[in-house]
Write a protein that binds this ligand. Structure first.
Ligand code: PEP
Ligand code: MN
Length: 337
């Protein structure tokens, strides 16, 4: 449940409520808004006596939360969460466009892509340095070298940088280079990693596992939120179905469904969602029309020679053309890019 404190409740009143909650063996998540403080009651056990809590001095309202995810739910925070990304805000009117190669391959490839996507209007550069590949024989990424190249591309272009983190031990290292940490589909239920990024002081993009339900995605989000990091963005990237023509089936339902269930921004990755460059444009447009707060698109100067995901990567000029179309779609649904 959530305990909404009255406007102007004193810190003594707030501490008193927290102490009562903790006496009952529950944890507290404090959310101090501009107007009032909201106390989230977490943990399991016997239901708390709502009436009794409602009578405590300084308490305005008790809101029960029935969903298994609490901090991620709209009941906990009815208004949209805006995730600050160094000046840009995810979840607001302006749609965030993330673009770049699947993997950082070398300096030239990364810088050429970075300048091109910046010119086309993207605000965040993506690029994997640590790649979680299905085969151990596939390119695994440049690792530390890749992180340094990403930082160089940020310096050169002013773009923010997002890159994947695949183990809890490397969260501090990746955090010193990246502006945003990506938790990939394969790690959506790596709870040690969720714990670690929950304690990191960087925004996180959590991608939906390819075999995971929306509820499971929101439970994973709950791990990150409950460890203290509320700068969290969700990303639909397609799920596995019986259809083999496409790599995954992008679950467009997830955009408005998640937005009903959670206050967190919802992004879409049409590259992994389709696995085919020719479908990326149509699905990117559909995602914006459905209300996505951002897109993550794979772009490569020479997709034929890409070391990973070339078949789903857009060439630089194609990405620039798509950006023009996306601006029109965004405008049609009351957003901008
Ligand atoms: C990626 O973004 O390159 C990636 C590996 O994505 P996902 O985790 O969605 O497969
Ligand atoms: Mn990829």
């Amino acid at each position: 449940m959530i305990i909404v404190m009255q406007k102007g409740a004193t810190s003594r009143q707030i501490s008193h409520v927290i102490a009562r909650v903790e006496q009952l063996g529950r944890q507290v998540h404090l959310s101090e808004g501009e107007e009032r403080t909201v106390i989230g009651v977490l943990g399991e056990g016997r239901p708390l006596d709502e009436e009794q809590f409602g009578r405590i001095e300084g308490v305005e309202q008790i809101v029960p939360i029935v969903s298994p995810f609490k901090l991620a739910s709209r009941d906990f925070r009815p208004q949209d969460t805006l995730v600050a990304l160094n000046g840009i805000k995810a979840g607001g009117k302006r749609v965030v466009i993330i673009a770049g190669p699947c993997a950082v391959e070398n300096r030239e490839q990364l810088l050429e892509t970075a300048y091109a996507v910046k010119e086309a209007g993207a605000t965040v550069l993506r690029g994997g340095a640590f790649k979680p590949r299905t085969s151990p024989y596939s390119f695994q990424g440049l690792g530390f070298e890749g992180l340094k190249l990403l930082a160089e591309a940020r310096e050169a272009t002013g773009l923010l940088v997002v890159t994947e983190v695949i183990s809890p031990e490397t969260v501090p290292l990746v955090s010193t280079y990246a502006d945003i940490l990506q938790v990939g589909a394969r790690n959506m239920q790596n709870y040690a990693l969720l714990h670690a990024v929950g304690e990191a002081h960087k925004p996180v993009i959590l991608k939906r596992g390819m075999m995971c339900t929306m509820k499971e995605l929101l439970m994973s989000a709950e791990y990150i939120l409950s460890h203290g990091n509320d700068r969290l963005i969700l990303c639909e990237r397609g799920i596995r179905t019986f259809e083999p023509y496409t790599r995954n089936t992008l679950d467009i339902n997830a955009v408005p469904m998640l937005q009903e269930l959670t206050h967190l921004p919802v992004f879409v990755d049409p590259s992994h969602g389709t696995g085919k460059w020719s479908l990326v444009g149509p699905i990117a447009r559909a995602a914006l029309a459905a209300g996505a707060d951002g897109l993550m698109i794979e772009v490569h100067p020479n997709p034929e020679e890409a070391l990973s995901d070339g078949v789903q990567s857009l060439k630089l000029e194609r990405f620039a053309r798509l950006m023009g179309e996306l601006r029109a779609v965004a405008g049609a649904v009351g957003r901008s890019i």
